[in-house]
Design a protein around this ligand. Structure first.
Ligand code: UD1
Length: 335
């Protein structure tokens, strides 16, 4: 039987793009998703883009019986674990929901992987584990510390995986710390469609440009940055997906653990993003200055050189590409 990659949370924004990249790179992909923040419609779209039938099971990764059955039924060589709740505000309001779901999912997966001798894991972590960074651009060696329960579930999951690697020297894990993934597949067929109202900058700008919302609130213009608005390291989702394929190749050839930033290494302010979005898409994005959002930092940018050195991967797409592709997807979504 052909060995494949298990992709948890594979119907989500990041998962659907990773699935396309893996299939295009010749991997056999098995998706599991409970559709908590995604929809099965995406499977048909992945098939249209890749021309390959997609195998997907509706399943909660915390369900040990179903997970075991899956590992028995299909031949899995490696796992990319993306499933998890990710709304920062909700995690503050309902922390136990986040600790229970996100930590149990990672624990269950590791348990069942070890049971079945599957020893290759890529984990979706986040730059949120750096909290308020002391140095920017942020290297992987920077001090960690989180400002919300969602972030802690990422950091705690990282620790669990590192401990498993220590206990099992033949295990291989890559912990990918994403910066700000945005944009969409250039076909306009898949993209970000959160089931809750958008809170992140790109989906919000798209909603305003599409007339679904009146205006964007810019959270603070008094940061110590050139134009006073917050600076982030936006990375095109296609680049991020390619980073997973490179990480998978690396994991298959090595043992041990590596923590790797996936960012472009280039920061843009909120105003840079708005102006670029308006220019490349020929749309208007009305905005108003509001007060700072609690928990936000002035600047968050990756030192991306470890990914380049180890994975031979580097972000290639520009801010105009991100804006163009995000808007193309919005037009499909709202049509
Ligand atoms: C946020 C999360 C982070 C998570 C990431 C996932 C918070 C505090 N942080 O990061 O934990 O991993 O999303 O993508 O929620 N902005 C506005 N107006 C808006 C929305 C955003 O001005 O309506 C600004 C923010 O202040 C920030 C920038 O846009 O300067 C980016 O914000 P966002 O897209 O929410 O990402 P992060 O805050 O970096």
């Amino acid at each position: 039987m052909e060995k494949g990659v298990l992709l948890t949370g594979g119907a989500g924004f990041i998962g659907s793009h990773v699935a396309v990249a893996l299939i295009n790179a010749g991997y056999r992909v098995y998706i599991v998703d409970n559709y908590a923040n995604s929809s099965p419609d995406v499977l048909d779209r992945i098939e249209r883009i890749t021309g390959t039938p997609v195998y997907c099971t509706k399943m909660d990764v915390t369900d040990r019986v179903s997970l075991r059955n899956l590992f028995r039924c299909v031949s899995i060589e490696s796992v990319i674990h993306l499933a998890g709740f990710k709304a920062v505000g909700e995690s503050v309001a309902d922390p136990l929901k986040y600790y229970r779901n996100n930590l149990e999912a990672t624990m269950m997966l590791l348990d069942v992987m070890l049971e079945h001798g599957v020893k290759k894991l890529i984990f979706s972590s986040s730059a949120t584990v750096y909290g308020s960074p002391e140095v920017v651009p942020i290297p992987e060696t920077a001090r960690t510390g989180c400002t919300n329960p969602y972030g802690w579930t990422k950091l705690m999951s990282e620790q669990m995986i590192l401990d498993v690697c220590t206990a099992h020297p033949d295990f291989s894990a890559i912990l990918l710390r994403y910066f700000n993934p945005v944009g969409a597949h250039p076909s306009g067929l898949i993209g970000e469609s959160p089931s809750q109202p958008p809170t992140n900058l790109f989906p919000y700008i798209c909603s305003v440009a599409a007339g679904e919302k009146d205006k964007l609130l810019i959270f603070g213009n008094d940061y110590p940055t050139p134009d006073g608005t917050g600076i982030r390291d936006y990375i095109h989702i296609e680049d991020l997906a390619a980073g997973h394929v490179s990480a998978m190749q690396y994991a298959l050839e090595h043992t041990g653990s590596e923590i790797i930033n996936l960012g472009a290494g280039q920061g843009y302010s909120v105003l840079d993003v708005i102006h670029t979005f308006e220019r490349v898409n020929n749309v208007h994005v009305p905005y108003e200055i509001a007060s700072r959002r609690p928990g936000d930092v002035a600047v968050c940018c990756a030192a991306p050189d470890k990914a380049e050195r180890l994975l031979h991967w580097k972000a290639a797409r520009s801010l105009p590409d991100m804006c163009r592709d995000a808007w193309r997807w919005t037009m499909t979504r709202t049509r």
